[in-house]
Design a protein around this ligand. Sequence first.
Ligand code: SN0
Length: 317
Amino acid sequence: MKHYTSVDHIEDLDELLLLAKNIKSDPYTNQSLGKNKTLGLLFFNPSLRTRLSTQKAAANLGMNCITMNLNNEGWSLEFEDGVVMNGDKSEHIKEAAQVISQYCDIIAIRSFPGLTNKEKDEKDYVINSFVKYTSVPVISLEGATEHPLQALADILTIQEYKTKRKPKVVLTWAPHPKALPHAVPNSFVKMMQLADVDFVITHPQGYELNPEVTKGSTISHNQEEAFKGADFIYAKNWSNYNDYGKITSQDASWMVTTEKMELTNHAKFMHCLPVRRNQIVTDAVLDGESSIVIPQANNRTYAAQAVLTQLLKNGNK
Ligand code: SN0
Protein backbone atom coordinates (compact mmCIF):
# COMPACT_ATOMS: atom_id res chain seq x y z
CA MET A 1 0.00 0.00 0.00
CA LYS A 2 1.50 3.31 -1.12
CA HIS A 3 -1.35 5.61 -0.07
CA TYR A 4 -4.61 4.92 1.75
CA THR A 5 -7.16 7.27 0.24
CA SER A 6 -9.59 4.56 -0.93
CA VAL A 7 -10.74 1.10 0.09
CA ASP A 8 -9.42 0.15 -3.38
CA HIS A 9 -5.88 0.60 -2.03
CA ILE A 10 -6.19 -2.44 0.24
CA GLU A 11 -4.01 -5.18 -1.21
CA ASP A 12 -5.08 -8.03 1.09
CA LEU A 13 -8.06 -7.37 3.39
CA ASP A 14 -7.59 -10.53 5.48
CA GLU A 15 -3.95 -9.62 6.12
CA LEU A 16 -4.87 -6.04 7.09
CA LEU A 17 -7.65 -7.24 9.43
CA LEU A 18 -5.35 -9.76 11.08
CA LEU A 19 -2.81 -6.97 11.61
CA ALA A 20 -5.54 -4.75 13.14
CA LYS A 21 -6.65 -7.59 15.45
CA ASN A 22 -3.09 -8.28 16.58
CA ILE A 23 -2.57 -4.56 17.23
CA LYS A 24 -5.78 -4.47 19.26
CA SER A 25 -4.60 -7.30 21.50
CA ASP A 26 -1.12 -5.75 21.87
CA PRO A 27 -1.18 -2.06 20.82
CA TYR A 28 2.44 -1.33 21.80
CA THR A 29 4.05 -4.20 19.93
CA ASN A 30 5.59 -1.86 17.34
CA GLN A 31 6.32 1.01 19.69
CA SER A 32 9.49 2.07 17.91
CA LEU A 33 8.38 1.55 14.29
CA GLY A 34 7.46 5.23 14.06
CA LYS A 35 10.41 6.56 16.06
CA ASN A 36 11.64 9.87 14.60
CA LYS A 37 8.80 9.84 12.07
CA THR A 38 6.18 12.57 11.84
CA LEU A 39 2.53 12.27 10.93
CA GLY A 40 0.89 15.48 9.71
CA LEU A 41 -2.85 15.66 10.28
CA LEU A 42 -4.54 18.35 8.19
CA PHE A 43 -8.20 19.17 8.73
CA PHE A 44 -10.40 21.25 6.47
CA ASN A 45 -13.47 20.09 8.44
CA PRO A 46 -14.41 19.19 12.03
CA SER A 47 -13.44 15.88 13.58
CA LEU A 48 -13.63 14.05 16.87
CA ARG A 49 -13.02 10.30 16.42
CA THR A 50 -10.82 10.56 13.35
CA ARG A 51 -8.47 13.10 14.87
CA LEU A 52 -8.16 11.51 18.29
CA SER A 53 -7.99 7.87 17.16
CA THR A 54 -5.40 8.58 14.47
CA GLN A 55 -3.26 10.59 16.91
CA LYS A 56 -3.53 7.78 19.41
CA ALA A 57 -2.63 5.20 16.77
CA ALA A 58 0.43 7.25 15.79
CA ALA A 59 1.47 7.62 19.45
CA ASN A 60 1.18 3.84 19.92
CA LEU A 61 3.74 3.50 17.13
CA GLY A 62 6.08 6.10 18.60
CA MET A 63 5.35 8.70 15.90
CA ASN A 64 5.20 12.45 16.41
CA CYS A 65 1.98 14.13 15.33
CA ILE A 66 1.50 17.64 14.04
CA THR A 67 -2.10 18.67 13.59
CA MET A 68 -3.50 21.72 11.87
CA ASN A 69 -6.99 23.00 11.13
CA LEU A 70 -6.22 24.49 7.74
CA ASN A 71 -9.51 26.31 7.27
CA ASN A 72 -9.23 28.66 10.20
CA GLU A 73 -5.50 28.56 10.97
CA GLY A 74 -3.76 28.30 7.59
CA TRP A 75 -3.60 30.51 4.50
CA SER A 76 -6.51 29.99 2.19
CA LEU A 77 -5.28 27.67 -0.54
CA GLU A 78 -5.63 27.88 -4.31
CA PHE A 79 -6.04 24.51 -6.07
CA GLU A 80 -6.54 25.64 -9.68
CA ASP A 81 -3.60 25.66 -12.06
CA GLY A 82 -2.57 28.75 -14.01
CA VAL A 83 -4.75 31.27 -12.20
CA VAL A 84 -3.88 34.88 -11.43
CA MET A 85 -3.89 34.87 -7.65
CA ASN A 86 -5.29 38.35 -7.13
CA GLY A 87 -8.29 37.23 -5.05
CA ASP A 88 -8.68 35.89 -1.53
CA LYS A 89 -6.44 32.80 -1.96
CA SER A 90 -2.99 33.41 -0.48
CA GLU A 91 -1.01 30.27 -1.23
CA HIS A 92 -1.02 27.63 -3.97
CA ILE A 93 -1.33 23.96 -3.07
CA LYS A 94 1.89 23.31 -5.08
CA GLU A 95 4.05 25.10 -2.53
CA ALA A 96 1.95 24.20 0.49
CA ALA A 97 1.97 20.45 -0.21
CA GLN A 98 5.70 20.34 -0.99
CA VAL A 99 6.55 22.32 2.13
CA ILE A 100 4.35 20.19 4.40
CA SER A 101 5.82 17.00 2.98
CA GLN A 102 9.31 18.14 4.04
CA TYR A 103 8.06 18.19 7.64
CA CYS A 104 6.13 14.92 7.51
CA ASP A 105 6.76 11.26 6.70
CA ILE A 106 3.04 10.61 6.23
CA ILE A 107 0.31 13.19 5.56
CA ALA A 108 -3.32 12.58 6.50
CA ILE A 109 -6.08 14.90 5.27
CA ARG A 110 -9.77 15.51 5.90
CA SER A 111 -11.58 17.43 3.20
CA PHE A 112 -15.33 17.07 2.72
CA PRO A 113 -16.98 17.65 -0.66
CA GLY A 114 -18.65 20.99 -1.42
CA LEU A 115 -21.74 19.05 -2.62
CA THR A 116 -22.45 21.66 -5.28
CA ASN A 117 -20.16 20.62 -8.14
CA LYS A 118 -20.34 16.84 -8.66
CA GLU A 119 -17.54 16.69 -11.19
CA LYS A 120 -15.17 18.63 -8.94
CA ASP A 121 -16.05 16.54 -5.88
CA GLU A 122 -15.62 13.26 -7.78
CA LYS A 123 -12.02 14.27 -8.52
CA ASP A 124 -11.39 14.53 -4.77
CA TYR A 125 -9.07 17.35 -5.77
CA VAL A 126 -7.85 18.36 -2.30
CA ILE A 127 -6.57 14.91 -1.34
CA ASN A 128 -5.37 14.16 -4.85
CA SER A 129 -3.44 17.43 -5.00
CA PHE A 130 -1.47 16.29 -1.97
CA VAL A 131 -0.88 12.92 -3.65
CA LYS A 132 0.30 14.79 -6.76
CA TYR A 133 2.62 17.34 -5.14
CA THR A 134 4.16 15.31 -2.31
CA SER A 135 6.41 12.30 -2.28
CA VAL A 136 5.17 10.90 1.05
CA PRO A 137 2.24 8.51 1.64
CA VAL A 138 -1.18 10.17 1.96
CA ILE A 139 -4.04 8.91 4.10
CA SER A 140 -7.63 10.08 3.70
CA LEU A 141 -9.31 11.11 6.92
CA GLU A 142 -12.50 11.42 4.83
CA GLY A 143 -12.29 12.97 1.44
CA ALA A 144 -15.00 14.01 -1.00
CA THR A 145 -15.78 10.45 -2.07
CA GLU A 146 -14.40 8.04 0.53
CA HIS A 147 -13.76 7.50 4.23
CA PRO A 148 -11.56 4.41 4.07
CA LEU A 149 -10.36 4.38 7.71
CA GLN A 150 -13.97 4.32 8.87
CA ALA A 151 -14.77 1.39 6.58
CA LEU A 152 -11.79 -0.56 7.92
CA ALA A 153 -12.98 -0.04 11.51
CA ASP A 154 -16.47 -1.10 10.38
CA ILE A 155 -15.40 -4.43 8.92
CA LEU A 156 -13.19 -5.07 11.95
CA THR A 157 -16.27 -4.51 14.15
CA ILE A 158 -18.47 -6.77 12.01
CA GLN A 159 -15.86 -9.54 12.22
CA GLU A 160 -15.77 -9.23 16.01
CA TYR A 161 -19.54 -9.29 16.51
CA LYS A 162 -20.68 -11.73 13.83
CA THR A 163 -22.17 -15.01 15.04
CA LYS A 164 -22.22 -16.77 11.68
CA ARG A 165 -19.69 -17.19 8.90
CA LYS A 166 -21.53 -15.01 6.40
CA PRO A 167 -23.70 -12.43 8.20
CA LYS A 168 -26.39 -10.36 6.52
CA VAL A 169 -25.35 -6.70 6.58
CA VAL A 170 -27.80 -3.94 5.67
CA LEU A 171 -26.78 -0.37 4.87
CA THR A 172 -29.85 1.79 5.38
CA TRP A 173 -30.34 5.43 4.45
CA ALA A 174 -31.98 7.45 7.24
CA PRO A 175 -33.23 11.05 7.31
CA HIS A 176 -31.08 14.02 8.34
CA PRO A 177 -31.64 17.79 8.38
CA LYS A 178 -28.32 18.59 6.62
CA ALA A 179 -26.95 17.59 3.23
CA LEU A 180 -24.27 14.97 3.99
CA PRO A 181 -21.48 13.53 1.84
CA HIS A 182 -21.39 10.10 0.16
CA ALA A 183 -17.94 9.23 1.46
CA VAL A 184 -18.97 7.01 4.38
CA PRO A 185 -21.54 4.95 2.45
CA ASN A 186 -19.24 4.69 -0.61
CA SER A 187 -16.36 3.25 1.42
CA PHE A 188 -18.71 1.00 3.41
CA VAL A 189 -20.20 -0.40 0.18
CA LYS A 190 -16.74 -1.03 -1.26
CA MET A 191 -15.66 -2.75 1.95
CA MET A 192 -18.76 -4.97 2.04
CA GLN A 193 -18.06 -5.96 -1.55
CA LEU A 194 -14.58 -7.14 -0.48
CA ALA A 195 -15.83 -8.91 2.65
CA ASP A 196 -17.58 -12.27 2.93
CA VAL A 197 -21.04 -10.93 3.80
CA ASP A 198 -24.57 -11.03 2.43
CA PHE A 199 -24.99 -7.31 1.69
CA VAL A 200 -28.12 -5.24 1.00
CA ILE A 201 -28.40 -1.46 0.53
CA THR A 202 -31.79 0.12 1.25
CA HIS A 203 -32.83 3.71 0.55
CA PRO A 204 -35.80 5.67 -0.76
CA GLN A 205 -36.31 5.77 -4.51
CA GLY A 206 -34.07 8.42 -6.06
CA TYR A 207 -31.39 8.14 -3.37
CA GLU A 208 -29.16 5.81 -5.40
CA LEU A 209 -25.45 6.17 -4.62
CA ASN A 210 -22.89 6.34 -7.43
CA PRO A 211 -23.76 3.32 -9.63
CA GLU A 212 -20.02 2.79 -10.26
CA VAL A 213 -19.65 2.10 -6.54
CA THR A 214 -22.80 0.03 -5.95
CA LYS A 215 -22.61 -2.10 -9.10
CA GLY A 216 -23.06 -5.75 -8.20
CA SER A 217 -24.64 -4.97 -4.81
CA THR A 218 -28.30 -5.66 -3.99
CA ILE A 219 -30.45 -2.53 -3.63
CA SER A 220 -33.96 -2.48 -2.15
CA HIS A 221 -36.38 0.42 -1.77
CA ASN A 222 -38.31 -1.53 0.86
CA GLN A 223 -36.55 -0.97 4.18
CA GLU A 224 -38.67 -3.44 6.19
CA GLU A 225 -38.08 -6.18 3.64
CA ALA A 226 -34.33 -5.46 3.70
CA PHE A 227 -34.21 -5.63 7.52
CA LYS A 228 -35.64 -9.17 7.64
CA GLY A 229 -33.02 -11.62 8.87
CA ALA A 230 -30.30 -8.95 9.10
CA ASP A 231 -27.39 -9.48 11.51
CA PHE A 232 -26.08 -5.90 11.22
CA ILE A 233 -27.95 -2.67 10.52
CA TYR A 234 -25.63 0.15 9.44
CA ALA A 235 -27.51 3.46 9.32
CA LYS A 236 -26.25 6.49 7.43
CA ASN A 237 -27.69 9.53 5.79
CA TRP A 238 -26.40 10.83 2.49
CA SER A 239 -27.66 13.64 0.30
CA ASN A 240 -29.11 12.94 -3.12
CA TYR A 241 -26.42 11.83 -5.58
CA ASN A 242 -28.48 12.23 -8.77
CA ASP A 243 -29.92 15.61 -7.80
CA TYR A 244 -26.45 16.29 -6.50
CA GLY A 245 -26.07 17.43 -2.90
CA LYS A 246 -29.79 18.15 -2.45
CA ILE A 247 -32.08 16.94 0.32
CA THR A 248 -35.05 15.48 -1.54
CA SER A 249 -36.40 13.42 1.36
CA GLN A 250 -36.58 13.83 5.11
CA ASP A 251 -39.03 10.96 5.39
CA ALA A 252 -39.13 10.17 9.12
CA SER A 253 -40.50 6.71 8.36
CA TRP A 254 -36.92 5.72 7.41
CA MET A 255 -35.64 6.31 10.97
CA VAL A 256 -34.32 3.14 12.66
CA THR A 257 -36.70 2.16 15.47
CA THR A 258 -37.12 -0.72 17.91
CA GLU A 259 -40.03 -2.04 15.83
CA LYS A 260 -37.81 -2.23 12.76
CA MET A 261 -34.94 -3.82 14.69
CA GLU A 262 -37.43 -6.53 15.72
CA LEU A 263 -37.69 -7.59 12.07
CA THR A 264 -34.01 -8.53 12.10
CA ASN A 265 -32.09 -11.52 13.40
CA HIS A 266 -31.23 -9.69 16.68
CA ALA A 267 -29.12 -7.37 14.55
CA LYS A 268 -26.43 -5.14 15.95
CA PHE A 269 -26.88 -1.43 15.22
CA MET A 270 -23.92 0.46 13.71
CA HIS A 271 -23.26 4.09 12.78
CA CYS A 272 -20.01 5.94 12.09
CA LEU A 273 -21.01 8.83 14.44
CA PRO A 274 -21.75 11.63 15.00
CA VAL A 275 -25.38 10.55 14.94
CA ARG A 276 -28.53 12.67 15.21
CA ARG A 277 -30.74 11.07 17.85
CA ASN A 278 -34.39 10.60 16.94
CA GLN A 279 -33.64 11.55 13.34
CA ILE A 280 -31.41 8.70 12.17
CA VAL A 281 -32.19 6.35 15.05
CA THR A 282 -34.34 6.44 18.18
CA ASP A 283 -32.87 6.84 21.67
CA ALA A 284 -34.19 3.37 22.51
CA VAL A 285 -32.13 1.67 19.79
CA LEU A 286 -29.01 3.77 20.34
CA ASP A 287 -29.09 3.27 24.12
CA GLY A 288 -30.22 -0.35 23.84
CA GLU A 289 -28.26 -3.59 23.89
CA SER A 290 -28.14 -3.99 20.12
CA SER A 291 -26.10 -0.81 19.62
CA ILE A 292 -22.36 -1.32 19.06
CA VAL A 293 -21.53 2.24 18.00
CA ILE A 294 -19.15 2.79 20.94
CA PRO A 295 -16.95 -0.31 20.36
CA GLN A 296 -17.18 0.49 16.63
CA ALA A 297 -15.64 3.92 17.33
CA ASN A 298 -12.99 2.27 19.50
CA ASN A 299 -11.88 0.24 16.51
CA ARG A 300 -10.97 3.44 14.68
CA THR A 301 -7.67 3.41 16.59
CA TYR A 302 -6.74 -0.10 15.49
CA ALA A 303 -7.80 0.49 11.91
CA ALA A 304 -5.64 3.63 11.75
CA GLN A 305 -2.75 1.87 13.48
CA ALA A 306 -2.89 -1.04 11.02
CA VAL A 307 -2.74 1.36 8.06
CA LEU A 308 0.09 3.42 9.62
CA THR A 309 1.99 0.20 10.36
CA GLN A 310 1.74 -0.95 6.74
CA LEU A 311 2.78 2.46 5.37
CA LEU A 312 5.72 2.73 7.80
CA LYS A 313 6.88 -0.81 7.01
CA ASN A 314 6.67 -0.04 3.27
CA GLY A 315 8.77 3.08 3.82
CA ASN A 316 11.44 1.06 5.65
CA LYS A 317 11.80 -1.49 2.85
C1 SN0 B 1 -19.98 13.56 8.15
C2 SN0 B 1 -20.48 12.71 7.00
O1 SN0 B 1 -19.69 12.42 6.08
O2 SN0 B 1 -21.63 12.30 7.01
C3 SN0 B 1 -18.84 12.89 8.90
C4 SN0 B 1 -19.09 11.49 9.35
C5 SN0 B 1 -17.88 10.81 9.91
N1 SN0 B 1 -21.05 13.80 9.07
C6 SN0 B 1 -21.55 15.00 9.31
O3 SN0 B 1 -21.10 15.96 8.75
C7 SN0 B 1 -22.66 15.12 10.33
C8 SN0 B 1 -22.91 16.54 10.72
C9 SN0 B 1 -24.16 16.78 11.51
O4 SN0 B 1 -24.43 17.96 11.72
O5 SN0 B 1 -24.88 15.85 11.90
